[in-house]
Design a protein around this ligand. Structure first.
Ligand SMILES: *Cc1c(COP(=O)(O)O)cnc(C)c1O
Length: 361
């Protein structure tokens, strides 16, 4: 067996310790006599798992008591509808900041349920920066039910370092930066994250919602798309993705074992610095994002020559550095360096880039 360094944007690397523990517990978890996959979601053994998963979210992210923590299905994309259906009740309007594909898709979906104000967009420069409108560009909190951002833009490699100057309830898609950096939950109405980028396997979505915002949804909202239903039933209204939540819990235990999110953030900053420092002095490779808005998690870069990009990806793959091909809308390469990517993996990538640069000068 030889595990590669997997730079996939998602589903992505999981910590090896987590996979080994899952392997050990595959046939029998604890003294239950069965695999987690075989447990009733109403059993005592499973209840302990899902309760601990929620408790760890609250502990690690310092979630205030007036917030609900939910595990739902349908991927990050279902949240694009759930947010407007559940929050778009009073004004039936919302502000959106368009910073890439995921924000664009979220706005498109929201248009089915609320009036969408596109406050700003960075489409003019292939989403290579975060637009920073002044406070007066936003609707007031009496005009919109919420203001929506995609906190970390997985495809384009940008991230917010300062939150938008709005007084409306802030909603953020944190699918690709959840638990990679400290986030002050109290500044948000809703945070959501599909697990498969940074938190676990595909199939479960973490939602953190301020309790007072999730009363009655819009008329006609399906039961399964109603936050309050999931919140009131402790994510057990129907069968949740039991195994995905179990792995998610193991990942959170791993984060805790590393000292928590603040410590993980330090490691992530060090990892990103290794790569950006090299990109900034390279004569062959170039980062595509303005320095002040660079993501810690997703790092797109190009040589400027599509054939050379393809050669790089091919040779990197042969060297055990896989899934470096960039998104089709950006081209070039993208290295996703989520929590589970060790420093050694980023160093190996930079060493390989140096060698490639020397050979292709
Ligand atoms: C991957 C991703 C999504 C989509 O998630 P799915 O689970 O595939 O629906 C949404 N937002 C962001 C920021 C993502 O990175």
């Amino acid at each position: 067996m030889s595990r590669v360094y997997n730079f996939s944007a998602g589903p992505s690397m999981l910590p090896e310790e987590v996979l080994k523990q899952a392997q050990e517990e595959m046939l029998e978890c604890g003294d239950s006599g069965m695999s987690v996959m075989e447990m009733s979601h109403r059993s005592k053994a499973y209840d302990a798992i899902i309760k601990e998963a929620e408790r760890l979210v609250r502990e690690l992210m310092n979630v205030p008591d007036n917030y609900k923590v939910m595990f739902v299905q349908g991927g990050g994309s279902t949240q694009f509808a759930m947010v407007p259906m559940n929050l778009g009740v009073k004004c039936k309007a919302a502000d959106y900041l368009i910073t890439g594909q995921w924000a664009k898709k979220a706005a498109q979906e929201a248009e089915k349920y609320v009036k969408v104000n596109k406050i700003a967009s960075s489409a003019d420069k292939t989403f290579s920066y975060i637009p920073k409108p002044e406070a007066d560009a936003f609707s007031s909190k009496d005009e919109v039910d919420y203001c929506y951002i995609c906190y970390n833009n997985t495809i384009y490699g940008t991230r917010y370092t300062e939150l938008p100057k709005t007084d409306a309830v802030l909603v953020a898609d944190i699918s690709s930066n959840a638990m990679s950096e400290v986030i002050d939950v109290s500044k948000f109405g809703i945070l959501f994250a599909g697990a498969q980028k940074n938190l676990g396997p595909a199939g479960v979505v973490l939602v953190i919602a301020r309790e007072d915002l999730i009363g009655e949804p819009q008329e006609g909202t399906p039961t399964m798309l109603t936050y309050k239903i999931h919140a009131d039933n402790d994510s057990l209204y129907n069968t949740p993705p039991t195994y995905a939540i179990y792995i998610f819990k193991l990942v959170l235990e791993w984060i805790k074992s590393k000292g928590g999110i603040a410590e993980i953030q330090k490691i992530n900053e060090a990892k990103a610095k290794i790569l950006y420092d090299y990109l900034d002095q390279s004569k062959l490779f170039k980062g595509t994002v303005v320095p002040e808005d660079r993501s810690l998690m997703n790092v797109p870069f190009v040589t400027g020559d599509a054939d050379l990009d393809a050669k790089f990806v091919k040779e990197a793959t042969a060297a055990g550095l896989v899934n470096l091909k960039g998104h089709r809308t950006v081209g070039g390469m993208r290295a996703s360096i989520y929590n589970a990517m060790p420093v050694e993996g980023v160093q190996a990538l930079v060493d390989f880039m140096k060698k490639f640069e020397a050979e292709n000068a």
